[in-house]
Design a protein around this ligand. Structure first.
Ligand SMILES: Cc1cc2nc3c(=O)[nH]c(=O)nc-3n(C[C@H](O)[C@H](O)[C@H](O)COP(=O)(O)OP(=O)(O)OC[C@H]3O[C@@H](n4cnc5c(N)ncnc54)[C@H](O)[C@@H]3O)c2cc1C
Ligand code: HEM
Length: 400
């Protein structure tokens, strides 16, 4: 619990600290990577550093946590902490590293805010940092324990047993543990990190959702090749997976993680996606089919055209195999392959979303924001809407 003295100091300084967080986190990463360059090799995602997304996610989460503490000193913001803890486990963060982050973060705060950081101000923010770190460390310890691994010991080699071209831009890899052992337990909707050595020798991690039934012996990931726009480079990991990895090759994958996972209730389900956001939905659909689910399931997907819609035929087939499931697709450029599809952007009007549904959402943020609005209008309560972001979550703390 936050002490009363610290709460008063925090209340007085939160606007100034929150206003300077962008500069603080820029300096923080700059000095930490200068002194500890090994953290950029096989831990932090340099694409997210280049775009500033990770910096904004860190800043938003600290401001969000501090604000929540002031409102409710006894309660920890569960959704925020859970999202971060799962990502930390997927990259192998360990508790000793919190001391490193603390050192550089507080160095950056002192540099940016100067004399405003009196000993009282430093102590109050120190308390916030360690309350947040403590809550994360405890959650991460539980997740490592549940995954049956020592903290940080998340990597395992997998063999690609099949490579399948889904569309011109999307490829799937079917994987089996290279040591012949059983695949680790995963929940439908979860993701793994893939660890690759890039041509310059630096290791990079990226997350990919499990796109097949996570209960079987094999796992599948489905990867869209990211093209660089407006002079930006092509996505480095997706490009390497597309160009260099084939059947018989080995990939290094983390234990599964992710807080967005299929519930086991009997209530109606609505799976909503756009573009490559279909991957966690396929994992969930495959799980429902494998367990003989009789739930009412509505699959809603938006894409550029049927040709670009990855796993389209498999989605249709799986939906047809379920006793009470239905799929509706929207295409900006419809084609003869999907005669019943709707034209244009997804529009929930007339779709008949059950108000008691549990909803899973995945796609670009503007898409998810629009759909969420439509779901709330349809009477679905906010607590029943779960979403996955294919990058640092800037939505939850309200920074995007
Ligand atoms: C939980 C989760 C699940 C995911 N599931 C999937 C999935 O199932 N399938 C899937 O395909 N993807 C998925 N992703 C996204 C995936 O993790 C990667 O982000 C994606 O493959 C791009 O990685 P990359 O290395 O190819 O691109 P990066 O190299 O990381 O580049 C990303 C973007 O940043 C730009 N960029 C990079 N460096 C610079 C620079 N120096 N200057 C300017 N711009 C730059 C690139 O042009 C590109 O647009 C998921 C992500 C998360 C977090
Ligand atoms: C209280 C301390 C910390 C806070 C508040 C914090 C916050 C965050 C947040 C908000 C994210 C993004 C989560 C998402 O995907 O939405 C994240 C990811 C991450 N964090 Fe932390 N973190 C902390 C400590 C640490 C430590 C100690 C390390 C290890 C040195 C670390 C390494 C990472 C890495 C590698 C990622 C993924 C980055 C990426 O993919 O770009 N974090 N953290």
């Amino acid at each position: 619990m936050l002490s009363e003295e610290s709460a008063a100091v925090l209340r007085a300084t939160l606007p100034a600290v929150a206003g300077a967080l962008d500069e603080i986190t820029t300096r923080f990463y700059g000095s930490m990577f200068r002194d500890r360059p090994e953290l950029l090799d096989g831990l932090f995602n340099r694409g997210n550093q280049a775009s500033g997304a990770q910096r904004r996610a860190l800043a938003g989460s600290i401001a969000g946590f501090a604000g929540a503490l002031l409102e409710n000193p006894d309660i920890r913001p569960d959704a925020l902490l859970s999202r971060i803890a799962h990502k930390h486990v997927a990259v192998g963060v360990t508790d000793d590293q919190y001391t490193i982050v603390h050192k550089y973060l507080f160095g950056a705060i002192a540099e940016v805010l100067g004399d405003a950081v009196t000993p009282e101000v430093a102590a109050a923010w120190d308390e916030v940092y360690w309350l947040m770190a403590g809550a994360l460390i405890a959650r991460e310890a539980r997740l490592y324990h549940d995954a049956g691994v020592a903290p940080g010991d998340i990597w395992r080699r997998w063999t690609v047993v099949e490579r399948h071209e889904e569309t011109a831009d999307v490829v799937s890899f079917l994987l089996r543990p290279a040591d012949g052992g059983p695949a680790p337990v995963a929940r439908a909707g979860q993701y793994v990190s893939v660890r690759l050595r890039m041509p310059d020798g630096v290791h990079q991690l990226r997350q990919y959702s499990l796109s097949s039934d996570p209960g079987g012996d094999l796992r599948r990931i489905t990867v869209k090749r990211v093209a660089g726009a407006d002079g930006a480079p092509d996505g480095e990991v997706s490009r390497m997976l597309h160009e260099r990895v084939g059947t018989g090759d080995e990939l290094v994958l983390s234990v599964p993680a992710g807080d967005v996972a299929l519930d086991e209730a009997g209530t109606p389900l609505v799976l909503v996606s756009a573009g490559i956001g279909c991957t966690p939905m396929l994992g969930m659909l495959a799980r429902l089919a494998a367990t003989g689910s009789t739930r009412r399931v509505l699959v809603l997907h938006a894409d550029g055209s049927p040709d670009e819609h990855a796993l389209r035929a498999e989605t249709r087939e799986t939906v047809e195999s379920l006793p009470d499931a239905e799929a509706v697709f929207w295409y900006e450029r419809p084609g003869p392959e999907e005669p019943g599809a709707r034209t244009g952007l997804m529009d929930l009007a007339g779709v008949g979303v059950p108000a008691d549904a549990t909803v899973y959402l995945c796609g670009p943020l503007p898409f998810m924001r629009a759909v969420r609005g439509g779901l709330l209008d349809a009477g679905v309560p906010a607590r029943a809407i779960h979403y996955e972001v294919f990058g640092p979550d800037l939505w939850l703390p309200g920074t995007d």
